[in-house]
Unconditional design. Structure first.
Length: 129
């Protein structure tokens, strides 16, 4: 299982890549593996304000439908429209081409409540044991 260094992780298995006050969001390799083959993603709407911990979309796989939560608060400024026709990119490249949305963070300090890659690795070891 791949845990990308330099990202922040939420306990619900979302990741955040921070660049200034912008946060790119996606789901972790662990999450995509647990979901199985992703077949549909309801992309969030650009311009929507979200609060940390709130559901922002649903991801459908051959196994189940799972919510995706916002790890940080802000306004959605971009979505990965490629996923509309190719949701499988989340399975193939969850940390690069499989990103889901970009937020302009309203409270950048919320990132400090997330786990770095080492803490997320320990979290997964505890959760999966």
């Amino acid at each position: 299982m791949l845990i990308q260094e330099g990202l922040w992780y939420h306990k619900e298995h979302e990741w955040v890549k921070v660049e200034g006050t912008r946060a790119t969001l996606g789901i972790s390799d662990f999450a995509q593996d647990a979901l199985g083959d992703i077949v549909y993603l309801d992309l969030p709407k650009v311009g929507t304000s979200v609060t940390a911990g709130a559901e922002i979309t649903e991801i459908e796989s051959t196994k189940t439908t799972s919510p995706m939560y916002a790890p940080v608060s802000g306004t959605i400024i971009a979505v990965n429209t490629v996923l509309k026709d190719h949701p499988e990119l989340i399975n193939k490249k969850p940390y690069t081409e499989g990103w889901i949305a970009i937020l302009e963070m309203s409270q950048p300090d919320e990132v400090e409540k997330l786990m770095d890659s080492s803490a997320y690795d320990l979290f997964l070891k505890k959760e999966c044991s």
